[in-house]
Ligand binder design. Structure first.
Ligand code: ADP
Ligand code: MG
Length: 625
């Protein structure tokens, strides 16, 4: 059976990935071996799973294994499995394209800067194509499980934009990947080096990884790994290093995880879980269709990747394995959605994850800061989505504050409550576009004056999140840019007297301003918030804030109108001046300028910038000599 090999072009994304990999992924070259062993292990897993329904797929070769062999003279390295295998169509489809969701977005993120991009590629999970980091030519021989008499297929490429495909006589079930190593990668055609890599990266693979015994022309193979799924071993027997390597294997990450939790549950429901908190966010954390969830096994048999039903959306960054003793082997995604057992496991795993985070927050403050930086905004989604665990999630929040320097969110709600002033009943917070903007906000003036701590929030989810919280440890929350300031006992008798006095003395002024501003504002009031700024806009409690408004508008939804009140600082010289202004036109200009300033401070823009500037210039010219 001879034919001319058929030529195929790689998908554009694959071409790009290959280029990047060949040119920029120097620092972790050995990951190619982990990826290929991982594919071999996946292929064996798939065969074992399919053989549950169709035992004949195992033919007469039921012991699933992985073989690694090399030839130092020829500079070749081969990785073989006797798993599910590929036919011609499979090879063309799987070894010529990238099927991952979000691939297109991923490529948009690449900057062309090799340093940065190689980091990103690591997060993307390079898979089979990582062969080309060390090889200038790769051959794949494969034969699909099921029909021992069918021909095999040979796939080959030199990473030059194309691959070839042809049928072959060679027909062992499974797949053999042969790497023709580059000159600078011949170190990998070395028994000692390979053994140490296998032990380091693939010890926990559930199948034996076999290598030729050392010694000249030795034909005997021996197992070089433990070949026992890591999570089935006792916790006390597993080294931290092994946990870390297993994480790298399942997460295709080459950075260590921050923390993990390994548990066996016995009794009515029996399962083992191994959950990891990664140390950096994947590129597609905010893409709805991104894959998430745990690797699901039933009684050690691999069932599926990305089983999403075992953790809520807001814990989508968790990686790990779940091995159930009770679920049926033929469990499907549909079944997972409706099974009440799954629901119960989901609550338990959610709790376990939140406990793990709480422990990290308590014992490893620096690690937790890293976690918070990468995943804090995602965890915040849980405040809205998971009422049962709301208090628990709230205690995991870290927030910037007027009582801490810098943009780093460091303060927990417990810290805040612990140092509230005597007589203070509310947890005060302010939402702005950035922490810097929040710090400079006029809404803080009076509170700063009184030394009252205010939490500063600037994540996109914050307004939405705060819409779902009522209280923490019995203390209710208060947005300092809305409604009355509600200082309660923090307001002294003098404060009260001064406020009353101010209100009494400004009735006429307030009415004049309101008449001028008309429908732009709901009310004009004397402010207790301000000390240095002439005026600010204040929404009422139920109104949509600037952040939610922007989110709605960005998604094309109509945001209901909200009409703020204008609070004026009657002690401010500008207000005094306005009060003394007789001329209608000038009064108008001054009022609208004060209003626009307040609008700027609140939302970062004015509704009619042209008009605003003309007004400002009229005034400037009038004061110039
Ligand atoms: P991933 O493993 O994340 O799917 P890879 O790039 O590692 O991505 O592999 C791409 C695909 O090629 C796999 O999903 C699988 O379908 C196929 N494949 C790779 N290696 C093997 C193998 N040893 N046996 C069978 N199929 C394989
Ligand atoms: Mg893979």
């Amino acid at each position: 059976m001879s034919e001319t090999p058929e030529k195929h072009g790689f998908q554009a994304e694959v071409r790009e990935l290959l280029q990047l990999m060949i040119h920029s992924l120097y620092s972790h070259r050995e990951i190619f071996l982990r990826e290929l062993i991982s594919n071999a292990s996946d292929a064996n897993d798939k065969l074992r799973f399919n053989a549950l329904a169709t035992p004949s797929l195992l033919e007469d070769d039921a012991e699933l294994k992985i073989w690694i062999d090399y030839d130092a003279d020829k500079k070749t390295l081969s990785i073989r499995d006797n798993g599910i295998g590929m036919d011609r169509e499979d090879a063309i489809a799987h070894l010529g394209t990238i099927a991952k969701s979000g691939t297109a977005e991923f490529f948009k993120k690449l900057s062309g800067d090799q340093q940065k991009d190689s980091q990103l590629i690591g997060q993307f999970g390079v898979g089979f194509y990582s062969s080309f980091i060390v090889a200038d030519e790769v051959e794949v021989f494969s034969r699909k499980a099921g029909d021992a008499t069918s021909a095999g297929v040979r796939w080959a490429s030199k990473a030059d934009g194309e691959f070839t495909i042809e049928n072959t006589e060679r027909a062992e079930r499974g797949t053999t990947v042969i790497l023709h190593l580059k000159d600078d990668a011949k170190e990998f055609a070395d028994g000692w080096r390979l053994r140490s890599l296998v032990r380091r990266y693939s010890d926990h693979i559930a199948f034996p990884v076999l290598m030729r015994k050392e010694g000249e022309a030795n034909l005997d193979f021996e197992s070089v790994n433990q070949a026992k799924a890591l999570w089935t071993r006792a916790r006390t027997e597993i080294q931290d290093e092994e946990y870390r390597e297993f994480y790298q294997h399942i997460a295709h990450d080459f950075v260590d995880p921050l923390a993990w939790s390994h548990n066996r549950v016995e009794g009515k429901r029996e399962y083992t879980s191994l959950l990891y908190v990664p140390s950096r966010a994947p590129f597609d954390l905010y893409q709805r269709e991104a894959s998430r969830g745990l690797k699901l096994y039933v009684r050690r048999v691999f069932i599926m990747d990305d089983a999403e039903q075992f953790l809520p959306m807001y814990l989508r960054f968790i990686r790990g394995v779940l091995d159930s003793n009770d679920l049926p082997l033929n469990v499907s995604r549909e079944l997972l959605q409706t099974d009440s057992e799954v629901e119960a496991m989901r609550s338990a795993l959610t709790r376990r994850t939140l406990d793990l985070l709480a422990k990290m927050a308590k014992d490893e403050v620096e690690k937790y800061a890293t976690f918070w930086k990468e995943f804090g905004p995602v965890l915040k989604e849980g405040v809205g989505e998971d009422p049962t665990n709301r208090e628990r999630i709230l205690s995991l929040l870290r927030v910037a504050s007027t009582h801490e320097e810098g943009d780093e969110p460091k303060v927990s709600l417990a810290d805040y409550v612990g140092r509230m002033q005597s007589g203070q009943e509310k947890i005060y917070y302010l939402i702005a576009d950035s922490i810097t903007a929040a710090r400079g906000s006029p809404y803080l003036e009076q509170l700063r004056n009184k030394g009252i701590e205010v939490l500063l929030l600037a994540d996109r989810v914050d307004e939405w999140m705060m819409g779902h919280v009522r209280e923490f440890e019995g203390k209710s929350f208060k947005d300092v840019a809305r409604g009355d300031l509600e200082l309660g006992a923090l307001e002294t008798a003098e404060d009260k007297a001064a406020a009353e006095q101010a209100v009494k003395g400004s009735k006429k002024l307030l009415k004049r301003i309101k008449d001028t501003l008309g429908d732009r504002v709901d009310e004009v009031k004397v402010s207790v918030r301000l000390t240095d700024t002439p005026a600010c806009l204040v929404l009422s409690e139920g109104d949509l804030g600037a952040q939610m408004r922007r989110i709605l508008e960005a998604t094309g939804q109509a945001a209901p109108p909200s009409k703020p009140s204008l609070e004026v600082n009657v002690a401010h010289p500008l207000l005094k001046r306005i009060d003394e202004t007789e001329g209608e036109a000038e009064f108008n200009d001054l009022c609208l300028l004060v209003y626009d300033q307040a609008k700027l401070a609140e939302s970062g823009s004015v509704s009619d910038p042209g008009e605003f500037l003309r007004r400002l210039n009229r005034l400037l010219s009038s004061v110039m000599p």
